[in-house]
Design a binder for this molecule. Sequence first.
Ligand SMILES: NC(=O)c1ccc[n+]([C@@H]2O[C@H](COP(=O)([O-])OP(=O)(O)OC[C@H]3O[C@@H](n4cnc5c(N)ncnc54)[C@H](OP(=O)(O)O)[C@@H]3O)[C@@H](O)[C@H]2O)c1
Length: 342
Amino acid sequence: MGNRRWEMGHSDEMEPDGSLSPLSSSPLSSFQPRRVMVTGGGGFLGQKIVQKLEARGAQQIFVPRSSAYDLREKAGILDALADGQPDVIIHAAAVVGGIGANRDNPGTFFYDNAIMGIQLMEQARLFGVRKFVTIGTVCAYPKYTAVPFRENDLWEGYPEETNAPYGLAKKMLLVQSQAYRQQYGFNAIYLIPVNLYGPGDNFDPSSSHVIPALIRKCIEARDAGAPVVDIWGTGNASREFLYVDDAAEGIVLATERYNDPDPVNLGIGREVTIRDLAALIAELTGYTGELRFDPSRPDGQPRRALDTSRAAAFGFTAQQSIRDGLRATIAWYEASRVGVLV
Ligand SMILES: NC(=O)c1ccc[n+]([C@@H]2O[C@H](COP(=O)([O-])OP(=O)(O)OC[C@H]3O[C@@H](n4cnc5c(N)ncnc54)[C@H](OP(=O)(O)O)[C@@H]3O)[C@@H](O)[C@H]2O)c1
C-alpha cells in the first residue's frame, strides 16, 4: 500500500468536544467527512483497520509508511501531519515481535515505541487533531494479574520481564492520554488488544508471535515428515487470541463511539493453554508427530485472559472462533507459500 493523499475537505460533523458524532442510521455517515490517519496502516492490524474504515465509507484515509515518514523523528511526524491533515489519528504503528525478539532487543522496543507515541500525540495535539486512538498492548498488564484481566488492575504490578520494556513504553501513552484530556481537553482514548492472529500475520521465525510460529513449525514438520516439533516453554501458560478482523472492528467502533479516559480491553474473553493451542494447530495442519515442550525456555506471562465487558458496553463482541480463525490463517499461509494469496 502506498501513501495515500486526499483532497482537503471539511469536518463539520465533529462534536464540540472533539468526539465523532454518534452513529446515525447510515453507517457511511460516521467517517465519510473526516480525514483519518492510520499510522502502521500498512501493517498486519493496520491494513484491517483501513479496510474497516473504507467499508464504512471513509474516503480520506492517510497511511504514513515508515519509508517516507519515520515517526520516531519529529520531522517525520510533522511531515505526516502536514501531508495528512488528519482530524482523527489511529496510532497502530509500533515495533513489535514475539518473546525472543522482545528479549533480544529491549532497548529498541522501549525507545522506538515510547518516542514514536509520545511525540506523535504531542504534535497531534498542537496540530489540532480532534481524536487520538492509541493501540496499546496486553503486555502492559502486570505479570501476575488476576484472571480475567480488568482494566482497573493495570497498575497493580510490573509486567512480565521479557516484554516489560515494550509494554511499559506503550503504557506511558495511557498516562499521556489521560493527562492531555485533563489539561488540554484532548480526546485521546486507549485500547488494549490481546494477542492477535489471522491471515497476513508475520511468519518470520525471528520475530513472529506464537500462532504463526507454531503454524509454520507444524507445516514444515508435516512436509518434511519430521517426528518432533520443539516448542518453547512448559506449554502450561495460557493466552487469549483475537482474530485480527475482530480487533480492527473493535478499534473502529471505539473510534466512533468511545470517548472516555479509561482504557478498554479488546479480546474474546477466553483463554487457551499453549499446549492445547499447539495440539489444535497440529490437528488443523495435519501434523501427526510429537509436540515436545522445552521448559528451559521462557513461558512469558503465566496466564492471559481479558474481561471484555467495557468494550461490550460500546457494542463490541468478537465474532470469530479460534478454530475457524486458525483454519483461515493456515489456509492463508499455505497459499502464500505457493504464491497464491487468499
Ligand atoms: N500483533 C499483535 O499480536 C498485537 C497485539 C496487541 C497489540 N498490538 C498492537 O497493534 C499495533 C499493530 O501491530 P501489528 O502486529 O500490526 O504490527 P506490524 O504488522 O509490525 O505493523 C506495525 C507497523 O508500524 C509501522 N512502523 C514501525 N516503525 C515505524 C516508524 N518508525 N515510522 C512509521 N511507521 C512505523 C510499520 O509501518 P511500515 O509497514 O510502513 O514499515 C508497520 O506496518 C501495534 O501498536 C501493536 O503494539 C499488536
